[in-house]
Ligand binder design. Structure first.
Ligand SMILES: [Fe+2]
Ligand SMILES: [Fe+2]
Length: 272
């Protein structure tokens, strides 16, 4: 999560008060972005103003419903109330996320307390490094490309280490709807709409230029390019609208941009 412009300049108490004030006026909107997949979106106007910034969670329905991203711990009441408008929260069976970071998994233990049958699921690195200690319930350790059959939906876990950031990073692919739950990939500012068939690569490049949130690494382009082989029909962005269209082309263009960043960096390093 990028820092707000104001936070960091005040005392802890002052920052707490600001967040409490902000949470009071925020709302979480629900949209169905693919059959049986719901986007729970909270817009925070004072992150990167004037455009603002969204935080999205995704509920995948099935016999065993799964939520991708827990949301920030301090946004838990908003997300819980939104989820309860779709299903009773204690029906959740799986809680997954892209990498260990507050907006991805900060509210995990709140969800585990609310949904007694839910199990956290994450990759081998993340379980070993973080969840074995952090999670109040033992996680299911997912191998690269392992599938959870939700009953009506099939969720594939794909390792993407350090892409866009985090040693433990991964994405989920829902096979029946061809939806890539792509986490922080394609992060963009603003809150124009829940879904788009327009350009998601240009806004992602602009956000990368601004936040510099990715852990640039030599494998990044090829990691993103390998996801294009899935030919996803929908890209479910954690920070931005859901994109419906040629997901492979968008992923290849994003991979090209990261290759460009890496070769620019290599040129600079070569001059030193
Ligand atoms: Fe992140
Ligand atoms: Fe995120």
């Amino acid at each position: 999560m990028p820092p707000t412009r104001q936070e960091g300049s005040g005392s802890d108490g002052e920052n707490e008060r600001r967040l409490a004030e902000r949470t009071k006026v925020m709302e979480t909107k629900i949209s169905e972005i693919a059959e049986g997949i719901y986007r729970l979106s909270t817009y925070v106007p004072d992150i990167a103003p004037p455009a603002g910034f969204t935080f999205n969670q995704f509920l995948v329905l099935g016999d065993e419903p799964l939520m991708f991203h827990t949301g920030l711990r301090k946004m838990f009441p908003l997300n819980r109330d939104a989820l309860n408008r779709i299903i009773e929260a204690d029906r959740l069976r799986w809680i997954a996320f892209g990498h260990f970071e507050a907006d991805e998994c900060g509210a995990m233990n709140e969800w585990l307390a609310l949904a007694p049958q839910a199990t956290p699921a994450h990759g081998q690195t993340g379980c070993m490094v973080s969840l074995s200690d952090f999670a109040d319930r033992a996680p299911r350790v997912m191998k690269d490309n392992e599938v959870i059959d939700l009953g009506g939906k099939r969720i594939r876990f794909i390792d993407t280490p350090h892409t866009p950031h985090g040693w433990d990073a991964g994405v989920l692919y829902e096979e029946t709807t061809r939806t890539l739950l792509c986490g922080d990939l394609f992060t963009q500012l603003g809150n124009e709409r829940a879904m788009t068939d327009g350009d998601v690569v240009g806004p992602a490049i602009a956000a990368e230029d601004m936040f510099k949130y990715s852990s640039l690494n030599p494998g990044m382009g090829s990691t993103i390019r390998s996801l294009s082989k899935l030919a996803p029909r929908t890209l479910a962005l954690m920070h931005g609208p859901a994109f419906v269209g040629d997901g492979a082309a968008a992923l290849e263009a994003l991979a090209d941009d990261y290759d460009r960043r890496l070769s620019d960096l290599a040129r600079v390093v070569g001059r030193i």
